[in-house]
Ligand binder design. Structure first.
Ligand SMILES: *Cc1c(COP(=O)(O)O)cnc(C)c1O
Length: 430
């Protein structure tokens, strides 16, 4: 994307302004209306004014990075193992539809989401690949699952029967994946009760067990005791299901960390989440896999102040100007996922340099500081309204990563990505 400083607002030359003022003076007050007629501005024109032209902050998602990361995972996979692209929470904030399409075209076989509505969104966008909902929805959602051909995870008999009955009433199959709790103790039928559970629901002929899966709590941790126990329990459960003559369908357990670290967990399918977006699940995979972050966060400077020394900036005035600084405002705040807890700790990239974010981050805006004195080998920076700033991204040797922000907040990249996408429009690079 490229704008010149005021391009987004439409350039007006001095002469245009003069003519406009003359015409306005000749109009009588009565000729002005307070409100536009419906359709006075064509829908086409208004729709042409998109995200960054309406507010100077946006997220860029580099789909070639997603393609690269899917290819990295595919190269690592055991031959014959399918890849499931996890696009829950709007594709970890990257946009579920665009990510799902990109992942499928790069070789993913299936899609996973967290909620029924996330599945519906993908179907309405025309995605036809199998979609798994990673938890069991309420039984009341059964008609939606069937109407949109979404597979639920199953772990209660109540849901399984209600889902099967609804399907049966329409002469439809009711495909599902059995979720097995092997020790994370979140969802799933407990590993040693899986066989009994399947026996309990097996009378219903509409049900089709398309898959069986579990989820690791510690595949990203240095300590492997719990991981090994979960994996052993899962393999034993699959063997027991087979021994009772039931086909478990596609067997899967690997998340990004297990996919990259433990090839023995690949089985029939592996579920790629965070690493598809370019993040390492743990320090150990760094340097071993060429993952590229797809998300960068951009804004343009909307206002500049030069407060005299000792004047404060933002709510609470926790920061005071040392003098000789420009305080630049950008339209990103904590409602955009730029957490208030980052106040005075984060940096932004301006003109190839790291600049300190200063003052409390507001709901919709925040400020950063540009030192106007030349110091060391630095060239003097001279920010102007309309100049682009990176809140996440790299330029001229200066960089801020999602991981940097996650570390400052004591959290993981997953949470930062999801939060950043709450309100900002996304621009896709292909
Ligand atoms: C979110 C999720 C994944 C993806 O995990 P990553 O660590 O992001 O790769 C896989 N499986 C289940 C059940 C999940 O909920």
């Amino acid at each position: 994307m490229s704008f010149n400083a005021f391009g987004a607002q439409g350039a007006s030359t001095g002469r245009d302004v003069q003519e406009f003022l003359r015409a306005a003076r000749e109009r009588s007050d009565a000729q002005y209306r307070m409100k536009a007629e419906p359709d006075e501005f064509s829908e086409e024109r208004l729709e042409g004014i998109t995200g960054p032209d309406r507010r100077w902050s946006w997220i860029e998602v580099d789909l070639s990075a997603i393609r690269n990361n899917v290819a990295v995972a595919k190269r690592r996979l055991t031959p014959g193992c399918r890849l499931m692209a996890v696009v829950k929470a709007n594709g970890y904030g990257h946009g579920a539809v665009a990510v799902a399409r990109t992942a499928l075209s790069a070789g993913a076989a299936q899609i996973a989401v967290a909620t029924v509505n996330e599945g519906v969104e993908l179907r309405e966008a025309g995605i036809e690949a199998p979609i798994l909902v990673l938890s069991e929805p309420p039984a009341t959602a059964a008609p939606v699952l069937l109407a949109y051909n979404l597979m639920p995870s199953v772990y209660t008999a109540e849901f399984a029967i209600a889902y099967a009955e609804e399907a049966d009433a329409h002469g439809l199959r009711a495909p599902f994946h059995l979720a097995v709790n092997t020790g994370m103790n979140r969802i799933g039928v407990r590993f040693d009760e899986a066989v009994d559970f399947l026996r309990q629901i097996s009378f219903h002929r509409a049900l089709v067990q398309e898959g069986t899966f579990t989820h690791f709590a510690t595949a990203d941790c240095a300590e492997t005791l719990d991981f090994n126990m979960q994996f052993r329990r899962f393999k034993e459960t699959i063997a027991a299901i087979r021994a009772m003559g039931i086909n478990p369908g596609l067997v899967h357990c690997a998340n990004s960390a297990a996919l990259l670290r433990y090839p023995e967990t690949h089985m029939d399918m592996a579920r790629l989440g965070i690493s598809m977006y370019g993040f390492h699940p743990c320090p150990e995979t760094r340097g071993r896999f060429d993952l590229r972050p797809a998300m960068s966060v951009h804004a343009r400077i909307t206002a500049i102040n030069m407060p005299p020394m000792s004047e404060g900036v933002s709510y609470g005035m926790n920061y005071r100007s040392p003098g000789s600084v420009k305080i630049c405002a950008i339209p990103i705040g904590y409602a955009d996922g730029y957490a208030r807890a980052l106040s005075g700790r984060a940096s932004v990239v301006y003109d190839g340099h790291l600049c300190r974010q200063v003052g409390n981050i507001c709901m919709d805006q925040c400020m950063f500081e540009v030192d106007l004195r030349s110091y060391g080998t630095h060239r003097r920076l001279d920010p102007q309204v309309g100049d682009e700033v990176l809140l996440v991204g790299a330029q001229g040797g200066a960089a801020v990563s999602i991981e940097d922000i996650a570390d400052m907040l004591g959290t993981i990249p997953h949470e930062v990505c999801c939060a950043l996408s709450a309100r900002m429009p996304k621009v896709y690079l292909r």
